[in-house]
Design a protein around this ligand. Structure first.
Ligand SMILES: Cc1cc2nc3c(=O)[nH]c(=O)nc-3n(C[C@H](O)[C@H](O)[C@H](O)COP(=O)(O)OP(=O)(O)OC[C@H]3O[C@@H](n4cnc5c(N)ncnc54)[C@H](O)[C@@H]3O)c2cc1C
Length: 594
């Protein structure tokens, strides 16, 4: 067997997006920390986040963290845990100021304060009208967060292992001992032995055909947890963002609608006035995505196709601003300054100039509300009794704390990363002072090395990219914006067949150096598992809530389903569901109207 190099740290953080870097920055103040990332850190998906980070700064108009909390709970369709939501919205204010002090170049209002824009579902609770809460740096907010945090980590001597692909968690009973990683450049396996491990590995939009997510978003951390006996929470809730570029899925930020952009159907009608009379185009994402689907189903797509228009041309926007009784007007220069990347994307990918003509858009698979269950300090929970797995942490999109419940509001992911990344980092730093480094089990990497060798030397007839495509098609037809028992069951049958076929895959590259063929085949195994967990969880939930819309159970059912799903994978490979109560608080569930 190949020699396996071992490295020792107090804490190992897997993932160098916003959540991983924020945790690293805090943990490294008093612990010896390594950050492992399969991508070069600044290529993490956080860098693609466009519209903003939500915090009730109230820089232009009145705002309160309690309003932010109410909007988040309502947006979540009452499935979020309200203790966690309070933490999110209170600490958001302080953490955004902290980012500014680190040097993040936010846009500014003329009065010099951080500029804020409107975003879906964020309101003045008294008037129910949209409020300016999304702090932004043009439409490159995530890029600026990532660059700022990375610079800070370098300044504070965080140890980076770039292009190290983590493939296993070393768990012994009720504690963790580290991770196993492949060094992508050499194909060598390494063990990172530590007292604490944190996963901040991002989402898994690549389970679907049309997605805003980068190629690398394959849910590795969540899948590894599942294999190591950690359940996954609320996996039936996956967000479809209303405005992806038609066919390509590339995201057009909700900031476009925040700046006044409107959705128009094939007849040129502003259809959101029907579905959300008060906040119209700025309703929650689940509501807007369903509205687009219904318009298309009713034959109101543009040119009879399955897309609608997003219009930010000054002419249209100013007409509707006047109709809504607003005094504000926009012009070409304003759009170019506030949405430069969006203007650039649509010119490049669509040949459409957004200041002159509307953009063709359709819903795109975007964000995992569910994931690895944690408490508000990022500690990973093993079951409905909230038993902690000692030393194991998760934060960011791969985690489920749960502040997003059944549907996340725009801008709340970036807030989640920095708030809960910071808390996890702080907690981890304290924990490693109080516990000893436990010994590694014998041959800690043997099992995963054997699994890799099987994939490398398999001589089956199945090509991984074909399986990937079939999985994405099955998820898109069966477990999408709308779903029924029939469509989910059919998808599950297909996924079962694909799981069997996966045993028979053959890759072309049998080498060691930069073997992306091998690593992508391994990632496909993660995606297949997460797709199955999503479908199994969705089939069981017989109601419609947030991002989970069942045509056969169209109503929300608080009597039976105001509960979190936990999906476990047992040793025999079977999935088992248990349920965990939702933590309520100030806001009791009521009908959700926008
Ligand atoms: C196009 C787009 C626009 C968005 N806009 C906004 C917005 O305006 N506001 C908002 O709040 N949210 C937005 N979101 C959502 C938000 O950006 C993400 O949810 C968030 O950035 C996820 O951050 P993260 O730190 O959890 O993970 P990521 O930033 O996705 O980083 C994951 C990290 O994990 C590493 N990794 C993964 N697997 C492994 C492995 N096996 N081994 C080693 N390393 C691994 C990767 O290398 C990477 O460093 C947007 C998302 C997209 C896709």
């Amino acid at each position: 067997m190949a020699t396996v190099k071992t490295h020792t740290f107090d804490a190992v953080i897997v993932g160098a997006g916003g959540a991983g870097l924020m945790a690293a920055l805090y943990a490294s103040r008093s612990a010896n920390v390594a950050v492992l990332s399969k991508l070069y850190p600044t290529r993490s998906h956080t860098g693609a986040a466009q519209g903003g980070v939500g915090a009730a700064l109230g820089n232009m108009e009145e705002d309160k963290w309690e309003w932010h909390a109410y909007d988040t709970v309502k947006g979540s369709d009452y499935l979020a845990d309200q203790d966690a939501v309070d933490v999110l919205c209170q600490e958001a204010i302080d953490v955004v100021i902290e980012l500014e002090h680190m040097g993040l170049p936010f846009d500014r209002f003329p009065n010099g304060r951080i500029s804020q824009r409107r975003f879906g579902g964020h309101t003045n609770n008294d008037t129910q009208k949209p409020v300016m809460r999304a702090c932004h740096a043009a439409d490159r907010t995530g890029h600026m967060i990532l660059q700022t945090l990375y610079q800070q980590c370098i300044k504070h001597n965080v140890n980076f292992y770039d292009e190290f692909h983590v493939v296993d968690l070393i768990r012994v009973g009720d504690s963790v001992r580290g991770v196993v990683a492949v060094e992508i450049a050499t194909g060598d396996f390494h063990i990172f032995h530590s007292k604490a491990v944190m996963f901040a590995t991002g989402g898994w939009g690549r389970c679907w055909e049309v997605t805003s997510n980068a190629h690398s978003l394959t849910g590795d951390g969540a899948a590894i947890c599942l294999r190591r006996g950690i359940p996954l929470q609320d996996m039936e809730f996956f967000q479809f963002h209303p405005t992806g570029i038609f066919k390509l899925g590339i995201l057009i930020t909700e900031g476009v609608r925040g700046e006044g952009g409107v959705l128009l159907n094939g007849k040129g009608e502003r259809f959101m006035t029907k579905y959300a009379p008060t906040i119209k185009d700025l309703a929650s994402r689940d509501v807007v995505s369903r509205a687009i689907y219904l318009e298309i189903q009713a034959g109101n797509g543009v040119n009879g196709k399955n897309y609608v228009h997003l219009d930010i041309t000054p002419e249209t926007v100013n007409r509707y601003l006047a109709e809504d009784g607003e005094t504000r007007r926009i012009d070409r220069e304003y759009i170019e300054a506030k949405l430069p990347d969006i203007a650039d994307f649509t010119r490049t990918y669509l040949g459409v100039d957004p200041v002159k003509e509307p953009m063709p858009i359709q819903p795109t698979a975007h964000y995992a509300m569910g994931g690895i269950p944690t408490d508000v300090d990022g500690r990973v929970l093993l079951n409905a009794d909230k038993e902690v797995l000692q030393g194991m942490y998760a934060a960011g999109e791969c985690a489920c704390v749960s502040v997003h419940g059944a549907n996340r509001l725009g801008t709340n992911s970036l807030t989640d990363l920095v708030v809960f990344g910071r808390r996890a980092g702080q907690h981890m730093a304290k924990l490693v002072q109080t516990i000893d480094l436990e010994p590694l089990p014998a041959n800690a990497a043997a099992e995963v090395i054997a699994a890799f060798e099987r994939i490398r030397h398999n001589t089956g007839a199945v090509k991984p990219y074909e399986l990937r495509q079939q999985m994405q098609q099955a998820m898109t037809t069966g477990v999408s914006v709308f779903r029924t028992e029939q469509t989910i069951s059919k998808t599950l049958d297909t996924l079962n067949q694909l799981r069997a076929a996966y045993q028979n895959i053959q890759i072309q590259d049998k080498g060691k150096v930069f073997n992306s063929d091998l690593l992508e085949a391994w990632e496909l195994g993660c995606l297949l598992e997460l797709a199955e967990v999503t479908a199994v969880s969705a089939l069981a939930r017989q109601e419609s809530r947030g991002g989970h819309a069942r045509d056969d159970f169209p109503n929300r059912d608080d009597q039976n389903w105001l509960t979190h799903t936990l999906c476990h994978k047992d040793a025999d490979g079977q999935y088992r569901l248990t349920y965990k109560p939702v933590t309520l608080g100030r806001y009791q569930p009521k009908a959700r109207v926008y």
